[in-house]
Design a protein around this ligand. Structure first.
Ligand code: FE
Length: 236
């Protein structure tokens, strides 16, 4: 199987949310796509291990918020790399309530859809949910949607382990560069697998190329998921 071929398929990035009996939850998905125009229906593919999957099956409704290109690592980290079993993702996240009562994330999003679950297919590790759009709206017409390509190339993000497009690290990069100089040691985020490379630094956070991991400020955060510096370990 040529894993590189999978990266030639383009996607956007979305926050899928729902609520059942007062429990709100959501996760970051790259698989949301319109399947019919009349009636307007959208399909999503959700890992069975995702808490949100169980909630959608029970609530019968879900929402899709389209992330903007400059969505923050904090928001993607919260919804993409943390489990709703451990944290209340909606505690400090702005949202509106849809007609069915499901939450719709509005923070750093440019459009949204509210869907009524019509049917679902068990496809092994994931469930494909098909929903009919019962309401939708625009939040910001001046901003661009975040694409999976931009997330991977510019934000250096990787698919979390529950994503349909997840590829095991050992499968993915054959670019194992042996660094002799310890100060050029790469570090990997234990939450999202992002690799900090001292040769590249983290220019978006004002960290110039050539900055050893040890010299990063204590409050530096993973640019992909917002995890703390302590959540990194040496990467070989
Ligand atoms: Fe991370």
């Amino acid at each position: 199987m040529n894993t590189e071929a999978f990266f030639k398929i383009s996607y956007g990035l979305y926050i899928i949310s729902t609520e059942f009996k007062g429990k709100k939850n959501g996760y970051v998905a790259n698989t949301a796509f319109q399947v019919t125009a009349e009636p307007p229906q959208i399909a999503i593919s959700c890992n069975k291990d995702n808490f949100t999957s169980h909630l959608i099956e029970q609530s019968g409704h879900f929402s899709i918020s389209v992330l903007e290109e400059q969505a923050s690592a904090e928001l993607i980290g919260l919804f993409g790399y943390k489990s709703g079993k451990d944290v209340n993702k909606f505690l400090n996240t702005p949202y509106i309530s849809g007609k069915s009562g499901v939450p719709v994330v509005t923070q750093e999003c440019i459009a949204w859809f509210e869907c009524k679950l019509i049917t679902q297919y068990d496809v092994g590790s994931h469930i494909v949910f098909i929903g009919e759009i019962i309401d939708n709206g625009l939040l910001n017409e001046s901003k661009l949607p975040l694409t999976y390509l931009y997330y991977r190339n510019v934000k250096k993000g990787k698919a979390p382990k529950n994503a349909p497009t997840y590829i095991k690290p050992e499968q993915a990069d054959a670019e194992m560069v042996q660094e002799k100089d310890r100060s050029m040691q790469k570090y990997q985020c234990l939450v999202c697998d992002h690799i900090y490379d001292p040769l590249e630094g983290d220019p978006d956070s004002g960290i110039p190329p050539g900055t050893p991991f040890e010299d990063l400020p204590d409050d530096w955060m993973c640019p992909v998921c917002g995890a703390a510096k302590e959540d990194f370990e040496p990467y070989n």
